[in-house]
Design a protein around this ligand. Structure first.
Ligand SMILES: *Cc1c(COP(=O)(O)O)cnc(C)c1O
Length: 461
């Protein structure tokens, strides 16, 4: 007999979780069921009568599994997807069990305390200004938006306009500038913040912002400006020249934001830190914990050097909420009032890894990417088309048709998942290394799979 109403359901969830986690590295990566098939297995109409929670969870796990993709496989390179650190997973389960609405320090001192430590440690390992405001949001997209909102308020305040009180109607126009390979989430952030899409100022082949183009664009106009730089291009992994770009932008009075959803973590590695040299002089940074840090979904991090700019844009002080004190409340740093304690799995991962473990994690991903690039470059007919600076590797075969066939063949083969993409008007297969489990063995199995699929394609003609 269960001793309480949670024991049985948690036991079943625990069993399914462990079966999944223990099989995820070897199961075929692609899902085998369509959404419609999963729905049919679950039952499409809501039943009138209820059902025991443990039975519901058991049936859910059975029905959904064919529709799950093995995203945390060490040979999953699609999009930019992190694996699962065990400390993060354990802490994340407890976050659900504790069910703390982490908005305000007063009622949830424990959750706020742990998030504040996670924030302090993040700034420390990344080498960013220690007094920055940090918000734990859903992902890089919301982190970019949060930072752009802080930036918008700040640059308009300096232009004599209070956007937080008066809105954007009638406000001076805010110039929003970025390099040509700006991530789509930055475009979304500009749109949601009422700035529109960024004006692009050029980029080099690897996607690094054209610094002269930025200088020209800033010189052409006047008034408030926000410049979005990038740490880690999704195709090449390239980093903007932060020193040069930030100096130019600051000379023009612009706010500088860095989108570093995965690339910001180069700052946590002594051997890769040179890639982000000078980035600490920016005004805000966005990153993800669910990518490079291998925290389960979802967790993004918004960082703003001038904490007041963040609390002015995002703070909420309804009459029934505790008055703003000397220390900001969690909800002063995010767009939400109510949310789960996302910073707790971040704390657990940082504590489990330690400073050196974080550096090793980042170094390991970059080393695996280099190993992958070396191995793939030796496969006859394949070409690595980017400079592998960090964790991204793009390959092309002899023409778009064969590249696309390789991408499709890999997906059907099931051992490796990589993203079919286009880069510089050319089909590529993109490998993003972001899983802590992607070691030398995973890399060599990946190269074997690519060779096998190539041979099968060649045999078919
Ligand atoms: C993934 C990514 C984002 C968006 O982050 P989400 O967590 O998916 O919202 C933004 N910028 C870059 C460079 C990314 O790789």
């Amino acid at each position: 007999m269960p001793d309480d109403e949670y024991t049985e359901v948690l036991t079943i969830a625990d069993r399914h979780a462990r079966e999944w986690l223990n099989s995820v590295a070897e199961r075929p990566i692609a899902a085998s069921a369509t959404p419609e098939e999963v729905q049919a297995a679950l039952g499409v109409e809501l039943a009138d009568e209820g059902r025991d929670p443990a039975d519901v969870v058991d049936a859910l796990a059975e029905a959904i599994e064919p529709g799950l993709i093995a995203m945390s496989s060490p040979r999953f390179y699609g999009f930019v997807i992190g694996g699962i650190h065990p400390a993060a997973l354990g802490a994340d389960w407890l976050v659900s069990a504790w069910d703390q609405n982490t908005g305000s320090r007063l009622p949830t001192p424990g959750a706020a305390a742990v998030e504040e430590l996670a924030a302090r440690w993040l700034l420390d390992v990344l080498g960013l200004p220690a007094a920055s405001g940090v918000g734990f949001v859903t992902g890089g997209t919301t982190a970019n938006l949060s930072c752009v909102l802080a930036a918008r308020g700040h640059v308009l305040r300096r232009a004599g306009w209070d956007v937080e009180r008066d809105g954007l109607h009638g406000a001076p126009r805010v110039r929003f500038l970025a390099g040509d390979s700006v991530h789509s989430s930055m475009v979304l952030a500009g749109r949601m913040a009422g700035l529109g899409a960024p004006r692009t100022v050029g980029a080099d082949h690897e996607g690094r912002i054209d610094v002269d183009g930025l200088a020209r664009a800033l010189a052409e106009g006047e008034g408030p400006a926000i410049v979005a730089l990038q740490a880690g291009d999704v195709h090449s992994g390239a980093f903007d020249d932060f020193r040069a770009a930030i100096a130019i932008a600051h000379d023009a009075g612009a706010w500088v934001h860095v989108d570093g959803a995965f690339g910001l973590w180069a700052g946590a590695s002594p051997s890769l830190r040179h890639l982000v040299a000078g980035y600490e002089a920016a005004d805000s940074w966005a990153t993800d914990a669910h990518k490079t840090l291998n925290v389960p979904y979802d967790c993004g991090i918004a960082i703003v050097a001038d904490e007041t700019a963040m609390t002015s844009a995002l703070g909420a002080h309804a009459a029934y909420l505790p008055l703003p004190g000397a220390v900001a409340d969690p909800y002063d740093h995010t767009p939400e009032l109510s949310r789960r304690a996302r910073g707790i799995p971040v704390w657990a991962t940082l504590r489990s890894l330690g400073r050196s473990g974080v550096a090793d994690l980042v170094d390991g991903l970059a080393a695996a990417a280099r190993g992958l690039a070396d191995g793939l470059a030796r496969v006859p007919g394949l070409e690595v088309v980017n400079d592998v600076a960090f964790t991204q590797v793009c390959v092309a075969a002899e023409g778009d048709e064969r590249t696309t066939a390789l991408a499709d063949g890999l997906l059907a083969d099931g051992v490796v998942w990589a993203s079919p993409s286009r880069w510089h008007d050319r089909a590529v297969v993109r490998f993003a290394v972001s899983n802590r489990g992607t070691d030398a063995t995973a890399v060599s199995r990946t190269i074997d799979a690519v060779e096998r699929v190539r041979a099968e394609l060649a045999a078919r003609g």
